[in-house]
Design a protein around this ligand. Structure first.
Ligand SMILES: [Zn+2]
Ligand SMILES: [Zn+2]
Length: 390
């Protein structure tokens, strides 16, 4: 289209215009390939901090069998801990993190600029093409340069749609990425800070007391991502922090949040089969399907008598981790059951067992929930006492 609308051999400006388009396409492709090949920077497996005393401030990752460095998070899809993880991007089939943040942002920027230029070229060509007959009959032959065939007009419309889609979609993504870089706060960290403020507020402390440690002012924040050779500074493990903070300010807050979450945890027991489907319309009914949580977190399969530690509660769905059975534990790492161990499941297939155990305690007076909870629970179910929990 461009060679018909503004042929590059016509003038220097036309040549430069064509060159600019090729340059933007090349830069977008180059940064895309580099973001994929470089990867986000994975934390080595079984990672430990230099000073063993520091482990008390860090979270442990069971899958990687090591500690999580500050700002690192475990990605379920990469199945590794990722340094300064921002999000997992299906388009580059990798996470966006410490090492490829700049490449990813440049990829977005050049794709948007290239698509913007493409949109202008295609829409101008389209306009000239459909008015070709008018130009020819009114003596404006120099404007009648664009000639369509059926194939080329279809391709032109399709290309225009794609280019506009890319501009709109990636502009929003670029805006989010730039905000992340300018404030030095990844998508995950925004969430942690929000929870930190809420935690302080709930505990009766001032919400302003929590200082986010990695915000060093926009200039320094940007320099952490973009520098001359596009490589991220430092090692992705140790980070420069704001005044009054240390390396573990955020990880301590994460541990405190985890501790409070643990206190909220309630134990449930499965009383029916759970298929692990996203919309279990046949087994659970439409009510459960309508209220299905809108997240990409996994759904778990359950069998009767499974024990689940639940941390999030909705009216029809619960989120928790299944406790491995004794048989599974005895077999070590060999996986006997398919599917995720942590995720969402329908509430109507489980009963809360703490309450049942509480009932047992009330009647018998002396029962250790961990030792006898199971047999007592079965006894209760046999007696029909647990019906009220279903
Ligand atoms: Zn991990
Ligand atoms: Zn990932």
């Amino acid at each position: 289209m461009n060679s018909m609308w503004w042929p590059p051999n016509e003038s220097f400006a036309a040549f430069a215009h064509q060159g600019l388009f090729l340059m933007l396409s090349t830069l977008a492709t180059f940064n895309y390939v580099m973001a994929t090949l470089t990867g986000p920077g994975l934390l080595p497996k079984q990672w430990h901090p230099k000073d063993p005393k520091d482990t008390q401030f860090l979270q442990y990752c069971k899958q990687c069998e090591g500690f999580k460095a500050p700002r690192s998070h475990h990605c379920r899809k990469c199945n590794r801990c990722v340094k300064k993880m921002d999000h997992h991007c299906p388009w580059i089939n990798h996470c966006v993190g410490w090492a490829n943040h700049a490449y990813f942002t440049y990829f977005l920027l050049f794709s948007i600029l290239g698509s913007l230029q493409g949109t202008v070229v295609l829409s101008c060509s389209f306009y000239r093409g459909i008015y070709r007959y008018y130009y020819l009959t009114h003596g404006l032959t120099h404007l009648a340069s664009v000639q369509f065939t059926l194939m080329s007009i279809i391709m032109c419309i399709l290309g225009m749609g794609l280019a506009i889609g890319v501009v709109i979609g990636l502009s929003m993504l670029l805006y989010i990425q730039l905000k992340t870089i300018v404030t030095n706060q990844t998508g995950i960290e925004i969430w942690i800070v929000e929870k930190a403020r809420y935690r302080l507020y709930r505990n009766g402390e001032s919400e302003d007391e929590f200082v986010y440690p990695y915000d060093l002012g926009w200039k320094l924040n940007m320099r952490q991502v973009f520098d001359e050779d596009c490589r991220s500074r430092g090692d992705g493990i140790e980070w420069a922090v704001a005044k009054g903070c240390d390396q573990f300010t955020l990880t301590r807050e994460q541990l405190a949040q985890k501790e409070e979450k643990r206190a909220r945890t309630r134990t449930y027991k499965c009383i029916g089969n759970v298929t692990g489907r996203w919309l279990p319309i046949w087994s659970q009914g439409w009510r459960v399907c309508v209220a299905a949580p809108c997240t990409d977190e996994p759904r778990i399969r359950l069998q009767p008598d499974d024990i689940i530690k639940v941390t999030r509660f909705r009216k029809h769905w619960l989120f928790g981790e299944r406790v491995p059975t004794e048989k599974e534990l005895a077999d070590g790492k060999k996986r006997l059951r398919k599917g995720a161990i942590r995720g969402w499941f329908p509430r109507r297939s489980v009963i809360e067992i703490n309450e049942v155990i509480q009932d047992c305690l009330d009647s018998s007076g002396e029962l250790s929930p961990s030792q006898n909870g199971h047999s007592q629970l079965k006894q209760q179910q046999r007696n029909g006492h647990s019906k009220k929990y279903m």
